[in-house]
Design a protein around this ligand. Structure first.
Ligand SMILES: [Zn+2]
Length: 133
């Protein structure tokens, strides 16, 4: 399964230019680095160690603890990286709340879309099993 997520790259030192979709881990410098998954392209550095981030590494996967909150970035993205996968955390910043207020209409549209999707399943017991030939 290769979907949205990172590819673990073990490296002696973090390169100057990061490729998107890569999670670089340097044991030597005890640090990990990646590009923000929101797409803003910002470099996110997570130092590893006590009081900082803990990393769990498998053969090809990495999990970072705790969550990564990029409050210093304009995007203020907040997420976990679990087994290379980005798990988005809820944004609870004032800016987000304000943005929500401004994009009320968008939210309503999204709700409408969801309703439209699930609206068809109003009638229960309508299991879409394909007929066997
Ligand atoms: Zn970002």
């Amino acid at each position: 399964m290769t979907g949205a997520g990172y590819q673990l790259v073990r490296t002696p030192s973090i390169p100057g230019v990061l490729k998107p979709g890569r999670l670089y881990v340097s044991n030597r410098y005890q640090t990990a680095s990646h590009l923000c998954p929101c797409g803003c392209g910002s470099r996110v550095v997570t130092p590893l160690g006590s009081g900082q981030w803990a990393i769990q590494m498998g053969w090809f996967t990495a999990t970072l603890h705790p969550s990564i909150g990029n409050w210093h970035l304009p995007c203020r993205s907040h997420y976990w990286i679990r087994k290379n996968q980005v798990v988005w955390a809820g944004l609870m910043t004032e800016e987000h709340i304000e943005r929500n207020r401004r994009s009320d209409r968008q939210d309503i549209l999204q709700i409408h879309n969801k309703d439209g999707k699930f609206g068809g399943s109003d009638s229960h017991g309508n299991d879409p099993y394909p007929p066997k030939g």
